[in-house]
Design a protein around this ligand. Structure first.
Ligand code: FES
Length: 201
């Protein structure tokens, strides 16, 4: 199934859950009434999260009504930014960074793992229907290369073994924790380094 085009099988209706309605009201408080359409991006995020990681056209129409703005304006925003998915991507959407720092640290091996274990081609839903993958440009975590993003989480400092374990865990719907897989805290050095004078020599 190609994810690149707007998905054919669109749900007819969409509305925010009660929980998301409350969040939407909170978001609206950040903007003056006259500029409430500025909330379109966080609203699209809410819709995407509520709808298994993708935004149906019905959600764009709902948001347009909610914010009293033309549907085409919501559509323009949703189709402009690549972080909005306009077709199903599965419960777990794996983005593999293949920009130079990640690539020279082994991102190509992670791509191979995705091809083998998720789906042969990027933008294709896995056989079990719960995940898909795609290659993306730098996700801003080059210092922890190679890395992948699954939904909102970063998995960093990967190698073939850890990447395989992470992919297996999401296929089983029991995702491993995000973060560094070399035990680093944020971007700190791997081993404690003494600040002896030699360090400054
Ligand atoms: S190159 Fe992969 S995060 Fe920047």
């Amino acid at each position: 199934m190609s994810l690149k085009k707007i998905h054919d099988d669109q749900p007819k209706e969409f509305k925010f859950s009660n929980e998301n309605l409350k969040k939407a009201e909170e978001i609206l408080k950040k903007y003056p009434e006259a500029n409430k359409k500025s909330a379109v991006m966080p609203f699209l995020y809410l819709a995407q999260k509520q709808n298994d990681n993708w935004i149906p056209l019905a959600a764009m129409k709902y948001i347009a009504n909610f914010l009293s703005m033309p549907y085409i304006s919501v559509y323009e925003v949703a189709t402009f930014y690549t972080m909005y998915n306009l077709a199903p991507v599965g419960k777990y959407f794996i983005q593999v960074c293949t920009t130079t720092p990640c690539l020279i640290r082994g991102a190509d091996k992670i791509v191979k793992l995705c091809k083998k274990n998720v789906s042969p081609n990027e933008n294709e839903i896995s056989k079990k229907g719960n995940c898909s993958w795609m290659e993306v440009e730098c996700l801003g975590a080059c210092v922890s290369a190679p890395m992948i993003q699954i939904n909102e989480n970063y998995y960093e400092d990967l190698d073939e073994k850890s990447a395989k374990e992470i992919i297996d865990s999401i296929i089983k719907d029991n995702p491993l924790k995000p973060g560094s897989y070399r035990g680093r805290k944020n971007t700190s050095p791997e081993k404690k380094q003494s600040l002896s004078e030699e360090n400054y020599a």
